[in-house]
Design a protein around this ligand. Structure first.
Ligand SMILES: Nc1ncnc2c1ncn2[C@@H]1O[C@H](COP(=O)(O)OP(=O)(O)OP(=O)(O)O)[C@@H](O)[C@H]1O
Length: 121
């Protein structure tokens, strides 16, 4: 474990990314040594402009965009490394690339073994 990871405790890196970047992000996380993750389909709003459409002559606005939420909890790997891995893989430079948040995690339990804390992650 690196000194940085030793001091950080358990962190959750939560990223909202483009769905079509999920595959690259998974590869990047595995290469960074953080292959475990949870993925959820979400919709959300940032600065990405709303989309206008028409249905049966009526105009409608879609202000929520389809995104993917990736949650990755780490203890032995610096959260910064995980953030970099996701940011590199998810970047296009266009509006709507998403955001990454880092949250402290109070505790963790591995259900199968009953291990707690860092070893559970
Ligand atoms: N402050 C926030 N709180 C919660 N979710 C957010 C927040 N900002 C962005 N998101 C989520 O991230 C998704 C992508 O955001 P988006 O990339 O549009 O953010 P932005 O940084 O405001 O804009 P851009 O990268 O286009 O300049 C949103 O659809 C939303 O799900």
């Amino acid at each position: 474990m690196s000194d940085e990871a030793d001091e950080q405790g358990i962190k959750m890196v939560m990223a909202i990314i483009r769905p079509d970047k999920l595959s690259d992000v998974k590869t990047s996380l595995a290469e960074a040594g953080a292959p475990s993750l949870t993925v959820t389909n979400v919709s959300g709003r940032g600065s990405q402009p709303a989309k206008k459409g028409q249905w049966r002559g009526e105009e409608y606005t879609v202000d929520l965009h389809q995104k993917v939420k990736v949650e990755c909890v780490v203890a032995d790997i610096p959260a910064d490394d995980v953030v970099d891995a996701i940011a590199d893989a998810a970047h296009t430079g266009e509006k709507g690339d998403g955001k990454i948040f880092v949250l402290p995690v109070e505790s963790a339990v591995q259900v199968r073994t009953g291990k707690e804390g860092n070893p559970a992650v």
